[in-house]
Ligand binder design. Structure first.
Ligand code: CP3
Length: 354
């Protein structure tokens, strides 16, 4: 059987899909991590209306609207599903709240018993409001835009589950480095849940998925391979066993010299890189293996002005358009002026066809 994207592959006019498929795009694809968020007044308004961030995530009507908000304002090539990486632990049975001004708070997992209390049974079904959002966005988005689904990588999600919050990763790092059996089991559970969750998003209409490993940079090289790269490689393999040719972006943030290993062996169509990576390092460590996504510093975008233009010029002229998805090195910051976003996108567009 041919896979669902087969017909589109050779002929896609969607810039982002072209790059993921290894083709030269009609223009440079651009999107921004956290593009739906607090820097937009219309987001803050819907967020207030929903009452809480989690209510917004689980309300397909409002989540669809939020997903599409940045595309109404800006000339972007992708919509990223509005949800959160911590919905998966919640569906596994962890308690989750978002304390105002403090970020996520979860029940902690630090033993065999805590891991045994998590339930893979029905985990994919419990996340069904998210697939409803995907279906609605797929139907409503502009045709040139690609819909990206996502999940958190096992290491990053496990670190939130172990610590109960995002402030430190000491205990999670210790469990990984000590090779605790309950930690290995937790990672396996997250691999399995993530495969089911991403397959369901792809079946609902996501055209690519991104796996966020925000804390990949916390692991020494050997542990990185075991707890960041290997679980992500397994997720990608598991997705493609069900959906051959599924397109995946891996984001091993702050992984430094481990990025080359990741690009060569995870099996992703593109690798997201953080802002510390130079254009030369990207050309050396990523481009031989797959496309790259990134990596303007979110603070450069916040600062704006001519230095923003120079940074965009350097990034864009340094990378082959057939291999580059323009993005930030991490999520857009809530204080970012909207005019700077417009300036950023216009500056990239000036290079199209040049
Ligand atoms: O626009 C998009 O990118 C899509 C939606 C999205 C959100 N979170 C919405 C969100 C995505 C892809 C994420 C990923 C995510 N969530 C990551 C990985 C990427 C990264 O930033 O490193 C992580 C680590 C999380 C966990 C998380 N969610 C934290 C630590 C926080 C609190 C910090 C913060 O930025 O507020 C969140 C909350 C969150 N996720 C918000 C949004 C829009 C802000 C919630 C609010 O409205 O108050």
């Amino acid at each position: 059987m041919t896979h669902p994207h087969a017909a589109e592959r050779a002929t896609t006019s969607k810039a982002l899909l072209a790059v993921l498929d290894g083709h030269r795009p009609s223009r440079r694809p651009i999107w921004m991590m956290r593009q739906a968020g607090r820097y937009l007044p219309e987001y803050r308004e819907l967020r207030a209306q929903a009452g809480s961030f989690l209510n917004l995530c689980y309300n397909p009507e409002l989540a669809t609207e939020v997903t599409l908000q940045p595309l109404k304002r800006f000339d972007l090539d992708a919509a990223i599903l509005f949800a959160d990486i911590l919905l998966v632990p919640q569906a596994l049975g962890a308690s989750l709240t978002f304390a105002e001004g403090e970020g996520p708070v979860l029940s902690t997992v630090t033993s065999d018993r805590d891991v045994a209390a998590l339930s893979l049974d029905g985990v994919v079904e419990r996340l069904s409001p998210i697939y409803e959002t995907v279906r609605r966005v797929a139907a409503a988005k502009p045709s040139h835009a690609t819909l990206i689904g996502f999940c958190g990588a096992p290491w990053t999600v496990a670190s939130y589950m172990i610590e109960g919050r995002g402030s430190s990763r000491q205990n999670a790092r210790l469990a990984a480095i000590a090779g605790e059996p309950w930690f290995a089991r937790l990672i396996d559970i997250l691999v399995e849940a993530s495969v089911g969750y991403l397959v369901a998003q792809l079946k609902a209409g996501a055209e690519a998925v991104q796996i966020f490993d925000s804390w990949a940079g916390d692991l020494p090289a050997h542990e990185f391979r075991r707890w960041s790269l290997e679980p992500i490689r397994k997720i990608i393999e598991g997705i493609r066993a069900e959906i051959p040719g599924a397109r995946v972006i891996g984001f091993p943030r702050a992984a430094g010299t481990n990025v080359a290993d990741f690009a060569a062996s995870a099996g992703a169509n593109a690798v997201g890189v953080d802002s510390s990576m130079s254009v030369e390092a990207i050309r050396r460590d990523v481009i031989p293996y797959c496309a790259v996504q990134g990596n303007l510093d979110p603070l450069q975008l916040l600062a704006g002005g001519e230095r923003l233009d120079r940074a965009v010029d350097e990034l864009v002229t340094g990378l082959n358009p057939a291999r580059h998805i323009v993005n930030l090195g991490h999520g857009i910051l809530p204080q970012t002026p909207i005019d700077n976003v417009i300036r950023f996108i216009e500056r990239v567009r000036q290079h199209d066809g040049a």
